[in-house]
Structures are given as structure tokens and as C-alpha cells.
Design a protein around this ligand. Sequence first.
Ligand SMILES: *[C@@H]1O[C@H](CO)[C@@H](O)[C@H](O)[C@H]1NC(C)=O
Ligand SMILES: *[C@@H]1O[C@H](CO)[C@@H](O)[C@H](O)[C@H]1NC(C)=O
Length: 203
Amino acid sequence: MRAALLLLPGILGCCVAYNVGLPEARVFSGPSDAQFGYAVQQLINPKGNWLLVGSPWSGFPDNRMGDVYRCPLRPPAAECEKLNLQAAVSIPNVTEIKSNMSLGLTLSRNAGTGGFLTCGPLWAQQCGSQYYTTGVCSDVSPDFRLLGSFSPALQTCTSFIDVVVVCDESNSIYPWVAVKNFLEKFVQGLDIGPSKTQHRPRR
Ligand SMILES: *[C@@H]1O[C@H](CO)[C@@H](O)[C@H](O)[C@H]1NC(C)=O
Ligand SMILES: *[C@@H]1O[C@H](CO)[C@@H](O)[C@H](O)[C@H]1NC(C)=O
């Protein structure tokens, strides 16, 4: 007891006490299977004060793309509204795998713009048959518009080739069915696109 008394002045000297007003408390609810409330962040813009709520499994169970809600602190009866950022997240010139990316897992204030940053760590980039799960982060303005997205460790797909396959379907060299099966498998493994691997079968 004496030890506690001796410690008290030291503790009190460093702290400022305050009360939490429970009768005025706002409780925002959302779908628990979408992990509503996994991350929270306050935001102030000219339209008022908001609570941002991350819901990284939004879309559960089929596709946990995730999203962020904005919850107005006034008027007291107002509901949270989903921002639908997941549809706007995009990195140009990259084959994106956005399924289950879990956007809204992190929320942080962006002091530079007054808006916020939110990330989806399971966003992946596809290069041919390779997947790089580098994650994606999006920059959102104070009026909740998605300004841009970036991935911290974007890969350069290096496997682009130009292929011309010349086939002889006369069966004189090898049974045609086996050749066709091989070609089908081969082409499925290529990352085909205007600025990627291009192929042209010749008969
Ligand atoms: C996303 O996750 C669900 C499990 O919730 C899984 O069934 C589904 O196959 C996943 N989708 C992809 C494209 O990985
Ligand atoms: C995407 O690719 C196109 C065509 O290759 C190019 O003109 C454009 O600058 C690229 N955009 C970015 C953001 O790299």
C-alpha cells in the first residue's frame, strides 16, 4: 500500500484525466462476416466529421475484395455507407488479380491530402502463369474519390516472346492429335496480349 502511495504522484504528474461520455456514444454496426470494423480511422472534411470503417472481407464468401465504409458522426441516426472503392482500384498495364484482395485491411490518414490511404494486401499481379501477391494501396481524397493506386513491389513481366508455330497436319511426321494437344497446352501457358507475348499459327 505504501509503495502504491509513493508511486501515485509520479503517475499523476505525467497524465491528464478525461471522461468518456457513454450516453452520447455512437455505435456503428455492419456485417460481421465481412469483418466490418477490422480497421477504423477518423476523417474530417468540409462536410463534417466521419468515422472510416474497413471491411476487408466485404463480398464474403465468394470474393473477399473488401471495402471501406464512411459513417457520419452527425446526424446521430445516419447509417454507414459503403464507398465501393474495390471496383475503382486498378493499376494500369498490369494483369490484375483482384479477387480476395482484402481492401480496407489497413486505413491511415494521408496528412498531405487530408484524405486517407487504404490497402489490400492480397492483390496480385499475374505474369503468364506466375502470380505475385504484392498487395495494392489506394490514395483516397477527403471527398472519398479514389485518386490513384500503387503497388509497392510491382514486377516486370520478362517472359514476352514472339512465337510463330509452323505445323504439318498431314500426319506424315507425327499423329496430328498429339501435335494439337501440345500446341493447346503451350499457348495456354503464354501471357498473350498486344504488348505481351504474341503468337500466330501457320498451316
Ligand atoms: C476467394 O476465397 C474464397 C474463400 O472465401 C475461395 O472459395 C475462392 O476460391 C477464392 N477465390 C479466388 C479467385 O482465389
Ligand atoms: C500503358 O501502356 C500504354 C501502351 O503500351 C502506354 O502508352 C501508357 O503510357 C502505359 N501507361 C502507364 C501508366 O504505364
